[in-house]
Design a protein around this ligand. Structure first.
Ligand code: PHE
Length: 535
């Protein structure tokens, strides 16, 4: 339950937009974990271990492997074919698009997309530059990293939080951006001061013993960099206007320390708890050269001949003794006849495919609703954020509708670079989607200029925007699974009675993460294999 709340599922909007305003869900989860109320990832994994299949599974039993048709070549579908393939299953993956990976989509120069509004765009990014339009960051605890290791996909650090990135809350009346480090020094400083003073005045006498209070105040003095009188007076943590250097150059600390009321009114602390989240805490990682190195490696491991691209499924029929999957490829209608099927399409797309799996399956698919998210990649001729602002990766946060501005975590000190000019959700993503391609770029650039100045416009070389809700074959960035994936209404998907199994991040406690797709696929593979061995 705690996991559902910290993910983008039930409480997505509240979490994504207001984390830090409310008591952070991640903090709550961590607290519950500490109290022994929530399982840790390790404990959860211990409860449901995945045993990778192997060739001996059938050679030892003298049985033959079955034929499995996998619908959808995203992470869940590819993982299904990859894991089953290890035990000799004969898998065929049907993928509607011309590439595998699903929402794991890395955009490079030359890539072309057409959205549901009919906007066609071709990325013009220079060689070696890319944007991860879908997944872009991997926490250390997620199984995604195990697949990177197993498949030989090299990884590098992804900077999710950077003390030198900016915070800019326009609606709070900020007239210029503030560095994360400055905001943290001020917020932690004043929170510490107030709590220390309240303690000093006896406000916590009922809660804490005298010695506990002493320990608390000692902690607050250090955490908030308080002076002897328990007051916050700024300090080097805020940063410098001229940095310390050689003898004779002690540096000039930032002046104009705002009053406590100004700090709280500016809302600069509204997003601090983001980095406490179980999903979002540093360190995080990304594959070197783009997130799609993962599906590329999976596709290679499965064997290209088993993966049919440009193959859109038009009908699923469970015959009782097998599964017939009808699809069109190159204008021709074809059928795959298999023993079992794993359907790994997004639920909103799967619900549109005619099938005979029953109204309970259809009802479950329909109960899961699609959500919006979008990104625009802004390619710049120079890396002015490194040169002028000394920002090497990380995220600038703003309450403008661009929401998050990502500084690239690769290509440091290179000539050019791709900044994510917006990563937004829901209504913000929808309102950008309705604009022309040029209009999206202009609005994103106008928001960035307010934070970074004119170079945000003048250094721009090209842009590419991607809106998942408006992308054919997906029509969603991720999904809302009301009640969580174990709600009784999804039983027909989690424990199917026929020969069609289901997999996807949307059937996991980590929707909107590849980890959800990987683990859901492992669950489907385990179920199919148990059934085959028992049959
Ligand atoms: N995994 C996505 C991301 O990191 C979506 C997501 C955001 C999921 C926030 C959970 C919390 O951006």
């Amino acid at each position: 339950m705690a996991r559902t709340q910290s993910g983008p599922g039930t409480n997505r909007r509240a979490f994504l937009r207001n984390v830090g305003l409310t008591s952070g869900a991640g903090t709550m989860f961590a607290t519950m974990g500490a109290l022994g109320l929530a399982p840790t990832a390790q404990a959860a994994q211990r409860e449901q271990p995945f045993r990778a299949l192997g060739a001996s599974d059938f050679t030892l039993t003298g049985r033959g492997a079955a034929k499995v048709v996998v619908i959808g070549g995203g992470i869940a579908g590819l993982t299904t074919a990859y894991e089953l393939g290890k035990a000799g299953y004969d898998c065929t993956v049907l993928e509607a698009r011309d590439r595998t990976g699903g929402r794991n989509f890395t955009v490079r120069g030359g890539d072309t997309t057409t959205d549901l509004y009919g906007n066609t765009q071709t990325a013009r990014f220079a060689a070696g530059h890319y944007m991860n339009a879908g997944p872009a960051r991997i926490p250390q605890w997620m199984v995604t990293l195990d697949y990177c290791r197993e498949l030989g996909v090299p990884i590098e650090a992804f900077t999710n939080v950077n003390a030198d990135a900016y915070i800019y809350n326009e609606s709070a009346g900020m007239t210029k951006p503030m560095r994360y480090r400055t905001a943290k020094a001020d917020v932690y400083g004043y929170v510490s001061e107030l709590l220390a003073k309240a303690t000093d005045k006896g406000a916590l006498d009922k809660e804490l013993t005298a010695s506990d209070q002493e320990q608390l105040v000692e902690f607050l003095q250090d955490w908030g960099e308080l002076g002897d009188k328990l007051t916050y007076e700024g300090g080097e943590r805020r940063g410098y206007s001229a940095v310390p250097a050689a003898a004779g150059t002690p540096g000039v600390m930032l002046g104009d320390i705002p009053a406590a009321s100004e700090v709280f009114a500016s809302g600069v602390g509204r997003y601090f708890s983001f980095e406490f989240g179980f999903d979002q805490a540093m360190l995080m990682f990304q594959p070197v050269g783009g997130m799609d190195q993962i599906p590329k490696a999976l596709t290679r491991a499965i064997g290209a001949r088993r993966v049919r691209t440009g193959a859109a499924v038009s009908k699923i029929t469970d015959t009782g003794s097998g599964v017939l999957v009808t699809y069109t490829q190159g204008g021709r209608t074809k059928v795959v006849d298999a023993d079992y099927c794993v359907a790994a399409l997004p639920p909103n797309i799967l619900a549109k495919v005619p099938h005979n799996l029953g109204s309970d399956v259809q009802g479950a698919l329909k109960a899961i609703t699609p959500s919006s998210a979008a990104k625009i990649g802004l390619e710049y001729r120079s890396r002015w954020w490194e040169l002028d602002h000394r920002i090497y990766g990380g995220i600038t946060e703003t309450d403008q509708d661009v929401t998050h501005i990502w500084h690239p975590s690769y290509g440091f000190h290179g000539e050019r670079g791709v900044v994510i000019g917006y990563y937004n959700y829901d209504d913000d993503a929808e309102s950008y989607a309705k604009l022309s391609l040029k209009g999206r770029e202009e609005r994103a650039v106008a928001a960035g200029v307010k934070i970074f100045g004119e170079k945000y416009r003048t250094e721009l070389a090209s842009s590419f925007s991607h809106h998942w809700r408006q992308t054919p074959h997906f029509e969603a960035a991720w999904h809302d699974t009301p009640g969580g994936p174990d709600d009784v209404r999804y039983k027909p998907l989690n424990e199917p009675t026929g020969r069609v199994y289901f997999a996807g991040d949307w059937l996991s406690y980590t929707d909107a993460w590849q980890h959800g797709a990987f683990t859901s696929a492992r669950k489907a593979v385990t179920a199919v294999h148990a059934r085959v061995l028992a049959s």
